[in-house]
Design a protein around this ligand. Structure first.
Ligand SMILES: [Cu+2]
Length: 491
């Protein structure tokens, strides 16, 4: 974050503190605008600091897109960024080209849908997206972000992203209908060495001074929540709320924990736990690792009267070549409020619950099989690679798969840092990690691979809607920009 932006952030913080009646308190969690109808989204440069931003309805706040299975997302995406960028991307000054990716949705990779290969808007150009959400899309939290190869990292760091909610999760966990829903988008504020504003921000989120993993470098970022540094989230003692959290950082991991509370998780990466296992509606977690791009949806209970609690990210050891990812406070739970009933109590979605359990014989046959494809992450001083290949936009597909089957892949990390693996259009079951059978196999669309480690996945390539050219890549977006990406053809 440039100095001007930091100063304005701090001004906002102090303004909020002045307005708050309670000593020591500060800003509350900002609300996010929502949109359901066709809408216009603009890519702009912030007039104060020149950084890329999304503008919606005259404000620089990306809306939450709400949609339902069987309907459409219609967005007119207008690139009003300057053709001369003040920001640097991996190959020099950014060109400010941009597009949209609908992360996690089981939709077509062909234009005008989730196509990040041929759809690209240069400054002055407009893209018109019409994305058909299938009837059996798992209802939950997804997100949209820009995906121009070589410029993804900077645009994502600048906050060019937003949440997507596919309605209908209440069919799997009806109790959330009566709870207040909160959408929390985790992004970044940058820290600069020897900068007084950075020091205050670092103090504010209590970046742990103790060594985290093998990194000795100073942390370069802290998390923000809906754009605020360590906001207060109102939740009365004993109140249950439904929190839907997306890690929209380009490269910070969030190992989420709420002091002395467990999170009752109902969905990961937009996928209700019950979707493939009707008997498993919720699962208790003390803490949960959200890789960049990961989502968790959980029931959170307000701590008992008088006990303070915070939402934190724990230290994540990113490996000897990884970036610092220290523990810090993301937000405080504010118990001074009354329980807030849901705005529309008793609302019930019209979408029927879809279940897609896999037979035991199918999963066990796949688990015993040799992988049909192996993804090998490597890196050196010149770049980042999948199967020794640095991505180029002119590449053909690295692999071609025929639609209709569940398929076993292995992802291997032959580097000394962590990498999150993501594939567009589908979810996968993570059933083995580092050669050991997972205690709790989970369906995800982004999974962390440990340094020197591996993950064995069952990918769902069954739906003909995904036909076309698509991508898989590391979701540390600097790595993706530097080549850790490859094409896949679904035919
Ligand atoms: Cu990576």
């Amino acid at each position: 974050m440039r100095i001007a932006a930091m100063l304005s952030l701090l001004t906002n913080l102090s303004l909020a503190a002045q307005q708050s009646p309670r000593a020591g308190s500060s800003l509350t969690l900002p609300d996010l605008p929502e949109v359901r109808l066709p809408f216009v989204l603009r890519a702009v440069n912030d007039p104060q600091n020149g950084r890329g931003a999304f503008s919606f309805d005259g404000r620089e706040i990306p809306p939450v897109i709400r949609t339902t299975p069987g309907s459409q997302i219609r967005v007119e995406y207008v690139n009003q960024m300057s053709s001369r960028s003040g920001e640097n991307c991996v190959d020099g000054p950014c060109m400010n080209m941009t597009n949209l990716h609908f992360h996690g949705l089981h939709v077509s990779p062909a234009a005008p849908q989730d196509d990040v290969l041929s759809m690209m808007a240069m400054p002055g150009e407009t893209l018109r997206y019409v994305v058909n959400i299938p009837n059996d899309q798992p209802p939950g939290l997804y997100w949209y972000h820009t995906h121009p190869h070589g410029e993804s990292y900077q645009q994502s760091l600048d906050g060019m992203s937003g949440a997507i909610v596919v309605d209908g999760i209440d069919r799997y966990v009806p109790e959330v209908r009566s709870m207040k829903e909160r959408i929390l988008i985790l992004r970044d504020a940058e820290l600069h060495p020897n900068d007084p504003v950075s020091l205050r921000l670092k103090d504010r989120v209590q970046v742990s001074p103790s060594r985290c993993g093998s990194q000795n470098e100073n942390p370069e970022r802290i998390f923000t929540v809906n754009g605020a540094v360590r906001p207060q989230i109102g939740i009365a003692p004993g109140e249950k709320q439904f929190w839907r959290i997306v890690n929209a950082s380009p490269d910070l991991y969030a190992d989420l924990e709420i002091d002395s509370e467990q999170m009752t998780v109902v969905a990961l990466d937009g996928m209700p736990l019950a979707y493939h296992d009707p008997g498993r509606r919720t699962e208790q977690f003390h803490h949960l690792l959200l890789a960049p791009a990961g989502r968790v949806e959980a029931i959170v209970t307000g701590p008992k009267m008088g006990s303070k609690a915070s939402l934190r990210s724990l230290c994540v050891n990113a490996g000897s070549d990884g970036d610092p990812n220290p523990a810090m406070v993301l937000a405080d739970l504010d118990d001074s409020v009354r329980a807030t009933p849901s705005l529309s109590p008793g609302r019930q979605s019209q979408t029927p619950a879809v279940y897609k359990p896999l037979s035991h014989s199918l999963t066990s046959a796949l688990e015993k099989s040799e992988p049909q494809f192996v993804v090998n992450f490597t890196e050196d001083k010149k770049g980042f690679y999948i199967n020794n290949k640095k991505y180029a936009p002119t590449d053909g597909p690295m692999t071609t798969v025929h639609i209709g089957n569940y398929v076993h892949w292995r992802v291997m990390n032959n580097t000394h840092e962590i990498h999150p693996f993501h594939i567009h259009q589908v979810h996968f079951l993570v059933y083995r990690q580092n050669g050991e059978k997972a205690n709790r196999p989970e369906w995800m669309d982004t999974v962390n691979i440990a340094p020197g480690g591996s993950a064995d996945l069952i990918l769902d390539f069954t739906d003909p809607i995904i036909r076309g050219m698509s991508l898989f890549h590391c979701h540390l977006l600097k790595h993706e920009d530097k080549g850790m990406m490859a094409k896949i053809l679904f035919r």
